[in-house]
Design a binder for this molecule. Structure first.
Ligand SMILES: [Zn+2]
Length: 158
């Protein structure tokens, strides 16, 4: 049996924060604003996994009112969700995703993101696709005010 899940996230860019995407610290004058480390790609991936198995979404599972998740490493939250998904008997077939950012360039960081996410999820890097897009200078993301991510995941169960 197969299940598919879709995740989306957006965070505002602000000064005085580290920019962490896909578990990688990226050199930039701004970072993403959020209660946790605001890792937009990992959050989209978590919601895709939760959606695929029909569990509550990330905001319900890890509320931003809970001090426990202040500046939380989102890859740790991902590890927890992958454990929950595995408990239900599902394995990840593949992950596809987009990071949508006007700046900085994501391309140089993508191999490292794949290695980190593959390690957290117990996958081969080849099972994970991360694509970098811009917004052609349109809307809030295009104006450099925010970064968005989409993710889809396919799960299988014997
Ligand atoms: Zn988020």
């Amino acid at each position: 049996m197969f299940r598919v899940g879709l995740g989306y996230d957006i965070h505002r860019l602000t000064e005085g924060r580290d920019l962490i995407i896909g578990g990688v610290k990226i050199t930039h004058e701004k970072g993403l604003l959020g209660h946790s480390d605001a890792d937009v790609l990992v959050h989209a991936l978590i919601d895709a996994l939760l959606g695929a198995v029909g569990l509550d979404d990330i905001g319900t599972l890890f509320p931003d009112t809970d001090p426990k998740y202040k500046d939380a490493d989102s890859t740790k939250l991902l590890k927890h969700v992958i454990y929950e998904v595995a408990k239900l008997g599902y394995k990840i077939v593949n992950i596809d995703s987009n990071i949508i950012a006007q700046a900085p360039k994501m391309m140089p960081y993508i191999p490292k993101m794949k290695t980190i996410l593959a390690d957290v999820a117990g996958l081969e890097p080849g099972q994970i696709s991360i694509k970098a897009k811009t917004k052609e200078k349109l809307d809030a993301v295009g104006e450099g005010l925010a970064i968005e991510a989409n993710a889809v995941v396919l799960l299988t169960k014997d």
